[in-house]
Design a protein around this ligand. Structure first.
Ligand code: FAD
Ligand code: NAI
Length: 493
């Protein structure tokens, strides 16, 4: 892409979705005090998590005289942007998961030591500078002492306490969620294709409700529509594929809140053209087994009459699968610590401008676990990880400055939307003109790219930003295979 569009400069096109920080140069550190004193005791760094924020921090803080322990129940790094496509078999999960031990080994070669402990952190003792954890395999209790602690445990799906969601919905947050969803879709297709089954039951099995019109829900709905049109039609016949119903439910008046409204409308029109039933201003209010209740959304300060009218207008859909993509909330560890520190906002850990947790002197919170005033994205998480990694390496806390490069959303095969910061330069806008990029954003300093160019950008960026050659080969292979032979329709055993 850099070659295709030199005039646009490196800033926008290499950084357009902003996940610019993970596979960059490992060697750009200058060991400094106190790390350089060979007689000093190594500083004990504990990093909780193995996601975007944690890995960036690990890579930057790996320096002499640092003894690093990474604690996470997940022994791999998950490349979340690929989750929607793995859940319909466009790609395999192998391409999206990077074994953690290899990454920790690389860090170990630059530090006094770096180790991975597969465990769930349960509690932080801020006064005693200890983390209490439980091992994943045998539930053994561990106590890890630290000089500096980095909390990068991410977040978890938020059910907002809506009855039945936790028990009956599927999610799209972790690799196993994607595997479960893929298996459920294929199992429902097989059941629907079986002989002697009632038409109403076929329709139920083939109905998927996606709750949440944020980027996760939209990317998933687009992948599901492609899957239905191409692969289901090819493998199960049009009798089945044409009966598939995908309903995308969004409580707010429009989908894709992080994007400019014009781009959100482009995405909506594209989904509708693919047969997705997009219902904005509609909320999931109750779930029971296969039944999902949908009602017109009510504002928070709705009157009793408004609430009663919404309840009266509620309808129940019998579904084959409900996918919950309605946003995220804090993990128990984060809530517990926030509470013990007297913080009042339980959505995450409140941090100061250096990303230090308020009320502590050596605990940092980054990524989705932190309430830092930025959106919960990989782009923010990796930049914060890098910032804290450097601060620990150099022993200097400094103000975190976020650089937003733009946002991308994949809308399935050959389609997407991108909202990118246009670099300021004499002829840089020519490239945007060539791409048909409209001016968007509050100050008109962003450019909108849609359709195939946005799709190509999405694929190029996410492919380049994978962490290893092995994953790049695997993902490239998956895409070629899907193009030539269709998506994977083998039910996992
Ligand atoms: P995570 O990446 O979630 O990592 C958290 C880590 O902590 C995990 O390893 C977890 O196992 C570990 N952990 C959990 N509990 C504990 C515990 N008790 N003790 C120790 N470890 C623990 N953002 C973008 O910018 N662009 C995208 O295209 C994009 N696509 C996305 C697609 C999907 C489907 C989803 C769900 C999210 C997407 N995001 C995207 C958002 C992005 O993935 C998150 O903002 C990002 O993962 C946050 O990074 P993190 O390191 O804070 O958390
Ligand atoms: P989100 O919070 O962005 O969107 C969730 C949506 O669900 C909201 O629009 C909300 O109004 C809606 N919702 C909540 N409860 C509901 C209910 N009961 N009924 C109907 N609708 C309901 O969550 P999402 O999409 O998972 O994204 C999380 C973060 O990850 C965001 O910061 C997002 O930008 C980022 N992300 C970025 C991607 C990209 O850049 N391509 C892809 C996926 C996620």
């Amino acid at each position: 892409l850099k070659r295709l569009a030199p005039a646009a400069g490196a800033t926008a096109l290499t950084a357009f979705a902003g996940i610019t920080t993970l596979n960059d140069d490992w060697d750009d550190y200058i060991p400094s005090s106190p790390a350089t004193d060979p007689n000093a005791e190594p500083e004990k760094i504990v990093i909780l998590g193995s996601g975007w924020a944690a890995l960036s921090a690990l890579r930057k803080c790996a320096a002499p005289n640092k003894s690093i322990v990474v604690v996470s129940p997940r022994p791999h790094f998950l490349y979340t942007p690929l989750l929607a496509s793995s859940s319909v078999g466009t790609i395999t999960l192998r391409s999206a998961c990077e074994p953690l031990r290899a990454l920790v080994e690389s860090a170990a070669s630059k530090a006094t030591s770096a180790t991975f402990v597969r465990a769930d952190a349960r509690e932080v003792d801020v006064k005693g500078k200890k983390v209490l954890a439980t091992t994943d395999s045998d539930g053994m209790a561990l106590e890890l002492s630290y000089d500096k602690l980095v909390i990068a445990v991410g977040a978890q799906p938020n059910t907002f306490g809506i009855p039945g969601v936790q028990e009956h919905a599927l999610f799209l947050k972790e690799a196993e969620d994607s595997a479960k969803l893929h298996a459920k879709l294929l199992c429902n297709l097989e059941k629907a294709a079986a002989l002697n089954i009632r038409v109403a039951e076929i329709d139920r099995l083939l109905k998927v409700v996606v709750c949440g019109g944020g980027p996760t829900g939209v990317e998933l709905a687009a992948e599901l529509a492609d899957f239905a049109h191409n692969d289901v039609a090819r493998r199960y016949g049009t009798d089945i594929s044409e009966r598939i119903q995908i309903i995308l439910v969004e409580a707010m008046p429009r989908i894709l809140a992080p994007f400019d409204e014009k781009l959100a409308n482009v995405a909506k029109e594209h989904l509708v053209s693919k047969g997705v039933d997009v219902r904005t201003g509609t909320a999931v209010t109750y779930v029971e087994s296969n039944d999902v209740t949908l009602a017109p959304s009510c504002p928070r300060n709705a009157t009793k009459e408004q609430r009663e009218a919404a309840a009266a207008a509620a309808k129940t859909e019998e579904t084959g699968a409900l996918v919950w993509a309605a946003g995220i909330g804090a993990r128990p560890l984060v809530k517990k610590l926030a509470n013990s520190l007297g913080q009042t906002d339980m959505r995450g850990l409140q941090v100061d401008e250096t990303l230090k947790v308020k009320g502590t002197d050596s605990v940092y919170a980054i990524g989705d676990a932190a309430l830092s005033g930025y959106a919960p994205t990989a782009q923010v998480a990796s930049q914060q990880g890098k910032h804290i990694g450097r601060a620990i390496r150099d022993g200097i806390d400094s103000k975190f400055e976020y650089i937003h490069a733009g946002s991308l959303c994949c809308l399935g095969s050959d389609n997407g939307i991108a909202q990118l910061l246009a670099p300021k330069g004499s002829n840089s806008f020519n490239v945007w003109d060539a791409l048909g990029a409209e001016q968007v954003g509050k100050d008109g300093d962003e450019r909108a790219v849609t359709g195939k160019p946005a799709f190509v950008m999405w694929r190029s960026l996410y492919w380049t930003k994978l962490l290893s050659t092995s994953s790049r080969l695997s993902l490239g292979g998956d895409w070629i295979k899907a193009q030539l032979h269709g998506r994977d329709v083998v039910e996992p055993v």
